[in-house]
Structure formats: C-alpha cells, structure tokens
Design a protein around this ligand. Sequence first.
Ligand SMILES: *Cc1c(COP(=O)(O)O)cnc(C)c1O
Length: 382
Amino acid sequence: MDDKQMLMIPGPTPVPEKVLLAMAKHPIGHRSSEFSQIIETVNHHLKWLFQTQHDVLTVAASGTGAVEAGIINFLSPGDKVLVGSNGKFGDRWVQIAKAFGLDVQVIAADWGQPLDTEAFRTALESNPQIKAAIVTHSETSTGVLNDIETINRHVKAHGQALIIVDAVTSLGAYNLPVDELGLDVVATGSQKGFMIPPGLGFIAVSPKAWEAYEQATIPKFYFDLGKYRKTAAKNSTPFTPPVNLYFGLHTALEMMKAEGLEAIFARHERHKQATRAAAKALNLPLFAGDDCASPAVTSILPDGVDAEQIRAVMKKRFDIALAGGQDHLKGKLFRIGHLGFVCDRDILAAVSALEATLQELGYERFSPGSGLAAAHRVLLSR
Ligand SMILES: *Cc1c(COP(=O)(O)O)cnc(C)c1O
C-alpha cells in the first residue's frame, strides 16, 4: 500500500500535514513585506524555542552546515580546541576542526559511552589557551546524551573558552536553556526536532561569541554569520532562503508554542522511557545506559537476531523505517527514532510491529505481548 510509511528514524523526522500544506504554495518574493513578516515571527519563536534573548540565525544548510558555521565564525587557524568524540557526529566535528586548521585535542570515549566530563575539566585546567570546547549533546549515532551541563560548568570555570554545542537531536526534545546555561554557540537542523523537512540550519550565538567573532580569521563567506545577524535585524536574509521551508517552519513553531516547551520535553522523555522499557521486556540489549540515554533515539544491539533483518522486515511488512548502525556498527545496531512529531500511538505501533518482526525471525527470548505491555505501562504512568 502506498503512502503509509512511518518514519521512526532520528531525522528526517515525520512532518505534520499542517506543515506540509503550509509549504505547498507558490514561493513568494524573499524581499517582500509578506516574507519579512514571516521572518520576524519565526525569529521571535526561535528565540523562545532556544530559550535565549540573543540571536538565533537561520542558514540554508543541513545540520552539518549549521555546526560548521558555528565553528568557523568564532575561531582562527591554529586555535586550540577540545572536541568531544564518542560517535559519528563527534568524529565529524574533529574532521571539520582539522579541515579549518584548528589545533584539535580530541576527548574521546567509546561509542555507547558518554563523554568523560573530568577529561574536559583536566584539559581545560591545564591549558589557559584553549579557545573552544566543541561538544555533541545528543550523539545520534549511538543514542547517548552527553552531560553538557557539567562540561559547560568546566568551560565556564576556564573563563576564556567558548562552548560550541551540536544540539541537533536535543534541541526541541530536551530542556536546553541556552541563556541560563550561558551556552555560546548552539547549532541544530530543521529535519530533527523541528517537524519540518531538511534544509534549514539554526545557530544561536551569545554576546561572548560575537566578541570572539571580531577576532576570528578562518575564511568564510556564505556562512559568515555577521551577514545573517545584520539582515536578521531588518527581518531579512543575506541570500535567497528556502522560502517554502520558512512557511513550514512558521507553522511548525506555532504548533510547538501551542504544545509548550515543558509538554514537548515530557513527551520525548515518555517516548524514550517507553521504548527502552519495551526493549528490556523483549530482551533486546540497549546500547546506551539508562543514565545517558538520548531523548531522540534509542539504539539497540540485538543478540541472537540480525539487526539488518529486523530493519528489513519492519520496512517490508509494516512500512516502518528504522535506522541502522553507522561506521563500525553498521549491520550490528538498529536505532528507533522518537524525535519531533511522534505520538504515543506511534510508539505502540512500532513496538507491536517489532514484536511481530522478532517472532517472524524466530527470536524467542520474550513472551509475546510483553514489550507492548511494558511500553503501555510507561505511557499510562506519565
Ligand atoms: C543529523 C545530525 C547532524 C547533522 O547532520 P546533517 O545530515 O548535516 O543534517 C549533526 N549532529 C547530530 C548529532 C545529528 O543527529
């Protein structure tokens, strides 16, 4: 049957019909007063979502572009930076930092483990020259949520260093009060917690980061955030933006405002807990521990049943898309996304289909119905 696909991957995430319809229009001129009004409203709402009074700038890029912009605007070649790496995305920020000539010290942890906050403390205490710590909050490749609050405390104690956060799968899913924590640069992308398709990147910038911007000499043009700041002040953009994505963003942000931040965070927490409870009941080993589990994605490292076969049956029989493992975990891990426009019904449907899939594949280490019952119990209790 056509058109019944359910996306349970951590991006792109499902898009509400209201948002799709908002985008299904002729583009309008990006210098028109109508569009200017949309930019004004959207920028206002973005500040609400990021919990900041300062700039949240929008670029036409995927999340990687947003993080790249968040790095190159505030640093100079040769600057010493700490980069946390405990998964695919952390690895990517190491590559970007090196590509732009930064002096990178990698703070690594095994995939599936959280970053060691003490390693950040020691490195920061021993080197007053460090210019920035670059940290992935929710490491989507493994389903680990890094302890950004503690790492940030160590960065604050250092004084000079900026904290640059990849919040791509945490913003809009987990409480990340940008101003209250004093985070300097926070980057994310539209296809994750925003309930709209890929194509927009967002970067929150603190006043301290703007001071660093004045000294920063890494070459930049399209991603020069100074340009975006200047035009945002006039409810405009430096270049032609993806106009229709802005229509969608406008609608999606209004939906988020109507739901409220606390309710959004509680929903993601509930879905995380329900998915994890189901995995435990099904005797499927969770890749990330209970104390460091991402609100956006649950990673499972099955034993006695093949991860790729699970994904194939889920897709073929039930039209439910799950994500696979990345890099060395390809073929071993599967990941259930529960980010953005996801409701309780989606979780129950995915868990039921997963049970049926496991039975079909001859995996018998659970009693039928136990995963669904466990997920349902969590959903009822919260
Ligand atoms: C998706 C994602 C990104 C950005 O990836 P793009 O494909 O460039 O949008 C960055 N970091 C994390 C943690 C992600 O999940």
